[in-house]
Design a protein around this ligand. Structure first.
Ligand code: PLP
Length: 377
């Protein structure tokens, strides 16, 4: 019997673990446990890896979004958010004092399109958050940016999934006034907990530094000039992220090899529709998303993959769009059919940064068999 293929795996090779452990010992010895030299090194390395002028390390991806929105200034105003994103995208809007307006998405990219955005703009829209779902930057991103520029609206990237992803050679983080990355353990690059704000604006980066440290005007001062919070990154997290970030290129290469094998094999299976990578896009394959046929029972598909073939699928990227989440229901508007359809119908196949060929074989054997059984073939 083959081993189980887990839905996700955090990859820290032994040499990296040893390097982190030695650095943590040094950090504890130094007494500089937060906002120290490792944080600055991690920020520089993360900015360089995304060809961005400024990076500000913070406590989480949620904090990065919240800070970006506060620095832009959305209090009391509307912020368009796609309906199929993580709770934190909308929660950050609310925490920063704005009102989320949920928009439908393009089923081909799971992201906002010009027409879904246009349908959701209000006279009081201050910002739009685009989400690079699963690591894919939608080719509509330039169009969205243009539309926002025309209307004087700030574009923010929720790049929680998109470390190292590009569109036409430009990295995630290059499209909005600011971009928020998550460094949560499941992400392609992790620091344990953590987040990063990328921006090309020196002024916005400076605001982000103020917000992350209790809104203080200066590190050693006790005057508070912004409504910030305890959104700092510790040195222990920073060194973990710094060491992990070095692997980003090789991790993405392996993830793309796995995706290429999945693409090739699934092309022969009727009715299964992997999210295709449009021309010009280079996803980091944070998620490998497949739409099941409308009549296929997703829960049964997943349980058969696990029970018969020992292949565990993760939770969906989002199985319930935000306008259907109980705590956000009051912000719901008209039906958002594409967001609801893709949320109900997709699954994510396992992709790990060190996935073996035999694990890929096991997943493909399982998908082929379960798809055949459930579609009566
Ligand atoms: C799209 C999206 N935005 C924001 C976040 C929040 O990131 P964090 O968990 O680091 O706060 C996540 C988390 O997974 C996410 O998927």
């Amino acid at each position: 019997m083959s081993l189980e293929v887990p839905s996700a795996r955090v990859v820290f090779p032994a040499t990296d673990r040893a390097e982190v452990a030695a650095a943590v010992a040094g950090i504890l010895d130094s007494g500089a446990l937060t906002l120290g030299p490792y944080t600055r090194r991690f920020e520089s390395a993360f900015a360089a890896a995304h060809a961005s002028p400024h990076a500000v390390a913070v406590a989480s991806g949620t904090a990065a979004l919240d800070i970006a929105l506060r620095a832009i200034g959305i209090r009391g105003r509307d912020v368009v958010v796609p309906a199929n994103t993580f709770y934190a995208t909308a929660a950050a809007v609310l925490q920063a004092g704005g009102r989320p307006v949920f928009a439908d998405v393009d089923a081909a990219t799971f992201a906002l399109s010009r027409s879904t955005l246009e349908a959701s703009l209000t006279p009081d829209t201050a910002a739009v958050v685009v989400v690079h779902v699963g690591g894919l930057i939608s080719p509509a991103v330039d169009d969205l940016r243009e539309l926002c520029e025309e209307r004087g609206i700030a574009l923010v990237e929720d790049a929680a999934h998109a470390h190292g992803s590009t569109f036409e050679g430009r990295f995630a983080g290059a499209f909005g006034r600011a971009a928020a990355f998550s460094l949560y353990p499941t992400k392609v690059v992790t620091s344990g907990e953590g987040g990063m704000v990328l921006t090309s604006s020196e002024e916005l980066a400076q605001e982000a530094r103020i917000y992350r440290d209790q809104g203080k005007g200066a590190f050693a001062a006790n005057h508070h000039v912004r409504l910030g919070s305890a959104w700092r990154m510790s040195e222990q997290h920073a060194v973990t992220g710094l060491v992990h970030l070095r692997r980003m290129g090789e991790f993405i290469t392996r993830r793309r090899e796995v995706a290429a094998r999945y693409d090739k094999a699934l092309a022969g299976l009727d009715g299964l529709q992997p999210l295709a990578e449009p021309a010009g896009c280079r996803s980091n394959i944070y998620k490998y998303i497949v739409l099941l046929p409308p009549d296929m029972d997703r829960a049964l598909f997943k349980s058969q993959m696990a029970e018969r073939y020992r292949v565990r699928l993760s939770g969906e990227v989002y199985d319930l769009p935000l306008h259907r989440q109980p705590v956000l229901a009051e912000y719901g508007g008209p039906p958002l059919p594409a967001a609801e359809d893709v949320a109900a119908r997709h699954v994510c196949l396992p992709v790990h940064s060190d996935m073996t060929d035999s694990e890929v074989d096991q997943v493909l054997t399982a998908v082929t068999a379960v798809h055949g059984a459930l579609s009566g073939r």
